[in-house]
Design a protein around this ligand. Sequence first.
Ligand code: PBG
Length: 324
Amino acid sequence: MLFPSYRPRRVRKNETIRKMVRETRLSVDNLIYPMFAIHGKKVKKEIPSMPGNYQLSVENLLKEAQAVHELGIPAVILFGIPQVKDAVGSGAYDEQGIIQTAVGALKEKVPDLMVITDVCLCEYTDHGHCGIVENGEILNDPTLEVLAREAVSHARAGADMVAPSDMMDGRVGVIREALDAEGYDGIPIMSYAIKYASGFYGPFRDAADSTPEFGDRASHQMDPANTREAMREAEMDVAEGADILMVKPALPYLDIIYRVKEEFDLPVAAYNVSGEFSMIKAAAREGWLDEERVMMESLTAIRRAGADMILTYWAQDAARILRG
Ligand code: PBG
């Protein structure tokens, strides 16, 4: 393969030939759209740090979900902002809770849209931590029981899939067992298997009102410096019954997505998180970047690294472009 007999530019001459040799495809089928449900009526409150994303009361959530479905996006992931928060996050498993209500309404109105629910306590605890706290410590084992209860209540409400994002040790197994015991053995678990303690979640915590009151999440979320540990996390979740492995965030961790895809045979999801979205939005607003171009480049890069599916706040914008 030496110049001048080989000339790589031959296959870049025009868009027709570029399309023919393109190695990675982004499809609407790959997209999952995150949504934020809140109590009340006629609420459509834009999240200042995430332009174009809203906290939505159920009837507005239904409208938006209908639009998502019409764009051909297969799934949404739901986050809930409860009316009241307490020390144990009891709103997380309340049968009349925000997620339970929203899921019920969604499955009735837009039955073909897959509804994934985020399973965690941070949105429901008054201290904003992902677990039960005692003497300033986030307890692992007592939290598992609450997470399992939350997952089962989501399934009972009609959720098609649950996605534990708490990063407690052993939660996938406990949730799998609880779901099976209640007859939900057909509900898949998309595990946030490898979730880093990342500064890129900042805007989301405004959206979900889940910033920890003290301390941080470094005692359960992963150190951004670690790769081998990430593989052990994924291995554990596979053994405990995860159906899909997620890596989060996406863009700063493309190497991790690649490794997970190489080493495991489960489908791989990547969460293109709030900060990844907002920083590009902000730069585009300043006129420093072409948002559409950078968005499509980012999503394609996440696919190229190995993600089968991408959770992204751009799902609707990308779907519009992909559908022409
Ligand atoms: C926890 C959860 C978080 C995100 C998804 N699930 C926040 C956190 O761990 O602090 C972040 C998503 C994003 O930044 O877009 N329930």
